[in-house]
Design a protein around this ligand. Structure first.
Ligand SMILES: Nc1ncnc2c1ncn2[C@@H]1O[C@H](COP(=O)(O)OP(=O)(O)OP(=O)(O)O)[C@@H](O)[C@H]1O
Ligand SMILES: [Mg+2]
Length: 262
């Protein structure tokens, strides 16, 4: 396992950001034989996967498979027992969450909500607090272009927004720093299919612009339609690793892992 202190000594945040922006390949997120602990026991075992820039990769798996634990490990929020997380060849295993974010990896945890007693504008201000003025302005303009319907909601309190609009703000908060990697844990949870349909083209646009997108979902349909590569996690282990299109044609895998909705 990586010694966090030695990594911290070896490279300052700024160095990594500079290296990582030098080429699109440098935004490749790679997990190597990753084992993640939750509550003191391993719940994700030896998982290797790659999230390349410019496309959507999906991680599917039934309830309790370990998907959110994996996302938490990428974000620096869960303990990595062994294996590695790397970004563009730089080892970022066990980095503190804010350092992971600063290196360009933005993770939307499962069930993330906006602050409903604040306006959309204030929610976005919260998300840009660590950016300098120019980066914040640029990021806000970018997210407004991705979600033009938020424009008329800008001064509304979060609690007055629809579920879909709230999810847009959450995505906008994750994208405002213009990350190299975007990890979204259960985008579609609790949202009507029509709302999900509005959000998916935005993720496709984000991927097209060169971002490495990892979409974590419990159910397969929406994610597989968008993704290039797919992984299925079951009992903390990778059960399928291949093209999304090929997985669509393997209903036995999808059925036995409870990845199809009625
Ligand atoms: N904070 C925690 N403390 C202890 N155990 C946990 C914790 N979080 C998750 N677990 C356990 O880790 C395992 C994996 O859970 P995880 O939430 O990662 O799965 P998941 O694939 O995201 O499931 P879901 O589809 O329900 O979101 C489960 O057995 C769960 O009970
Ligand atoms: Mg989960």
């Amino acid at each position: 396992m990586t010694d966090e202190a030695s990594v911290a000594d070896a490279s300052a945040d700024g160095d990594v950001a500079a290296v990582a922006s030098s080429s699109t390949d440098m935004s490749n997120l790679v997990l190597g034989d990753l084992t993640v602990d939750r509550g003191g026991r391993p719940v994700v075992h030896d998982v290797s996967l790659e999230v390349p820039p410019g496309e959507i990769t999906t991680l599917l798996g039934p309830n309790g498979a370990g998907k959110s634990s994996l996302a938490a490990a990428i974000a620096g929020l869960a303990r990595v027992r062994s294996g590695s997380v790397s970004l563009g060849g730089n080892d970022i295993t066990s980095w503190r969450p804010e350092r992971v974010r600063h290196a360009g990896v933005s993770v939307v945890p499962e069930g993330r909500r906006l602050l409903t007693d604040l306006t959309v504008a204030d929610n976005m201000r919260v998300a840009t607090y660590s950016l300098d003025e120019e980066a914040a302005e640029d990021g806000i303009a970018y997210t407004r272009s991705l979600f033009p319907e938020l424009e008329r909601r800008w001064d509304s309190f979060g609690r007055l927004l629809s579920g879909g609009e709230q999810q847009m703000v959450v995505l906008a908060q994750a994208l405002v720093s213009r990350p190299k990697v975007l990890v979204v844990d259960e985008l579609s949870l609790g949202l009507a299919p029509i709302v999900v349909k509005r959000l998916t083209p935005v993720l496709a646009e984000v991927a097209d612009s060169g971002v490495a997108v990892l979409l974590i979902e419990q159910f397969a349909q929406v994610a597989l339609a968008m993704a290039t590569k797919a992984y299925v996690l079951e009992g903390g282990r990778i059960r399928y690793d291949g093209s999304a299109t090929e997985l669509i044609n393997q209903p036995d895998v999808l059925h036995s892992a409870y990845l199809l909705q009625d």
